[in-house]
Structure formats: structure tokens, C-alpha cells
Design a binder for this molecule. Structure first.
Ligand code: PSU
Ligand code: MN
Length: 304
């Protein structure tokens, strides 16, 4: 049973004519936000990528077929269907063999984007080393794909449900540069500050494109993180959100939630505890990342 990959004609044409293409994940749609905000978000992100000179390719698996670029009806299925798996690398064999629906995490999306030849990916936040990982061993597969796959991943850093210093150490071990987009501080998703430094500050899309070219053409293997801070006006107060995250983490522990369920649980718990303010911030940072990724994809296409 060969893997079936269906590349949307618009994406195919863009790839063939060396036009910028931005991969977009689908776990954020099916498991990261409630309906209908998730669908509005998915549509708006695609529009923003287009407005900024690239073609969007939202990636998911429907009935066991890998979709690179979705039509409006397929986006709606992902946003509303009850039975959509959260898919990282280890879930792919089951998903394909059983012709199931799957929403791809950063890990899953990178794998399929690479198969299609896409080099730039926009998301909200990447997975990383979880707090308490020294006990639980919970380290997201996202970090391994970043280590292996030639791709620039634009995100708003990672939220403090993770252990950010350990996540940075892990990325260093794996040879993944963390670039701050217009900042030398690692953004922490809902906030612009984390107290931690990025490896290098980049000032514009061309600088990122040049580093991508240097890394990918030298055969070094692996990706890079482009950490793009949430716009000031949309950011939340650090002490406010950190307290809420701590409470959500304590509840997850009390309930014994582990594995792939923990990130979606925390996201939904944080949303409820902030009366939706975290969701507003999440939407704003995703839009900001889509824009920057579109500009980077266009700049990278220009340098080819
Ligand atoms: N972080 C967020 N929002 C998300 C995710 C992470 O702020 O929606 C999703 C992404 O799809 C990411 C995945 O790849 O969670 C990581 O899951 P895990 O921690 O189970 O590896
Ligand atoms: Mn995990």
C-alpha cells in the first residue's frame, strides 16, 4: 500500500514555478482551539499567507490520504469532525492503514511538508521538553523532526507549559538554531518575554532565507526555529498567565493526564481560566506568524 499524497493544484503549481509556499498544521484546528474559532482561524491564516505573497498549504490526512492544501469543505471537516486523530510520527502507520482522519502536529506536518518539497512552516507554538521531563520523559517529537528535516518553522516561541530552558538546551544538542525575529529574547507564546536569549537575532525575511539556504545547501540536515514574538498589543501579562498555567498543570497532574492528551488538555483549561483571553492572544500570534512565514517563503523562493 503506497502512501497516497494529494497535493492541491494551487500548491503544486506554486512549487513547480518556485513560488513561496507555507505549510500550516492542523492539530491547532482540531485539537488546539474550539469550533467555530478554529475554522475562522484556519481560513484567515490562509488569507494572510496569500496577502503576503505566498501560497498556503494546510496539511492533514483525510480517509488515510495525505492532503497538502485543503479545500474549504476539508477545512470544515477538520474543524468539526468528532473523530480526528492527533498525529505525530508514531501515529502515521495506524492512520494510513485504517484510512482514518488525522490532524497533524508540528511533527506530522513537517514530515508531509518535506515529502511535498515545502521548506517554510507557520504554526502557533512548537512542542518541547515538558516541565518535569526528568521524571516523565515527556519530550515532544516536534524537536526530533526539527533536528532532522530541512525546514524553517515560524512560531511564537513556546508557552511555559513547557520547560523553556531545557527545550533550548535540547535544540542546541540537536543542532537546531533558534532565531529571534526582531528580538534577542525568546518569546514565550502569550508574552514577548521569557528572560532567555535566542541564538541569533534576525531582522528581516532575507536574513532568514539566507540562513536557510546556507544550512540546507551545506547538507547539515535539520531545520531552524524562527521565534516571532506576539504583537505587544495582543500580549498577556506574564504573572497573570504564568499563574494560570501553573494551576492548569497542577490539575493535569491531579487528573493523571499524560502523553498526547496533555497539550490539548492544558490549552483548553487555560482558555477557560482566562475567559477566552488566551484564545484571543493565540489567534493574534498565529496571524502574525503566518505573515512572517509568507514573507520568508517568498524571500527564500527569490534566492533560489
Ligand atoms: N502548542 C500550542 N498549541 C498547539 C500545539 C502546541 O501552543 O496547538 C500543538 C502543536 O500541534 C504541536 C503539538 O506540534 O501540540 C505538540 O504536542 P505534544 O506536546 O503532544 O508533542
Ligand atoms: Mn508528549
Amino acid at each position: 500500500m503506497p502512501i497516497r499524497i494529494d497535493i492541491h493544484p494551487e500548491v503544486k503549481k506554486a512549487l513547480e514555478s518556485n513560488h513561496g509556499v507555507v505549510a500550516l498544521e492542523s492539530t491547532i484546528i482540531s485539537h488546539g482551539m474550539p469550533y467555530p474559532d478554529n475554522l475562522t482561524m484556519a481560513e484567515k491564516v490562509e488569507a494572510i499567507v496569500r496577502e503576503n505573497g505566498s501560497v498556503p498549504a494546510t496539511i492533514a490526512v483525510l480517509d488515510g490520504v495525505v492532503k497538502i492544501g485543503l479545500n474549504p469543505e476539508e477545512l470544515k471537516t477538520l474543524a468539526t469532525h468528532e473523530d480526528v486523530m492527533k498525529v505525530s510520527r508514531r501515529d502515521i502507520p495506524y492512520l494510513l492503514a485504517n484510512r482514518a482522519h488525522g490532524a497533524t502536529t508540528v511533527s506530522g506536518t513537517m514530515i508531509f511538508a518535506q515529502m511535498a518539497g515545502i521548506k517554510v512552516f507557520a504554526t502557533g507554538g512548537i512542542g518541547g521538553v515538558h516541565r518535569g521531563a526528568e521524571e516523565t520523559f515527556d519530550i515532544s517529537r516536534d524537536l526530533e523532526e526539527l533536528a532532522d528535516i530541512d525546514m524553517a518553522v515560524v512560531c511564537a516561541g513556546a508557552k511555559s507549559i513547557l520547560d523553556l530552558p531545557k527545550t533550548l538546551e535540547y535544540l542546541e544538542t540537536k543542532g537546531v538554531p533558534v532565531l529571534g525575529y526582531g528580538t534577542n529574547e525568546l518569546p514565550a507564546f502569550y508574552t514577548r518575554e521569557s528572560g532567555l536569549s535566542v541564538d541569533y537575532e534576525v531582522k528581516n525575511p532575507d536574513m532568514v532565507a539566507s540562513m536557510m539556504k546556507a544550512k540546507f545547501e551545506s547538507g547539515l540536515k535539520g531545520g531552524m526555529v524562527v521565534a516571532n514574538p506576539i504583537p505587544e498589543k495582543d500580549s498577556l501579562s506574564k504573572t497573570y498567565i504564568d499563574n494560570i498555567i501553573s494551576a492548569a498543570l497542577a490539575l493535569a497532574e491531579k487528573k493523571g493526564i499524560t502523553g498526547k492528551a496533555i497539550t490539548p488538555f492544558l490549552l483548553s483549561e487555560i482558555k477557560d481560566r482566562t475567559d477566552g483571553k488566551s484564545l484571543e492572544a493565540n489567534l493574534a500570534l498565529v496571524y502574525n506568524n503566518a505573515k512572517v512565514a509568507a514573507l520568508i517563503a517568498a524571500a527564500y523562493a527569490n534566492q533560489q
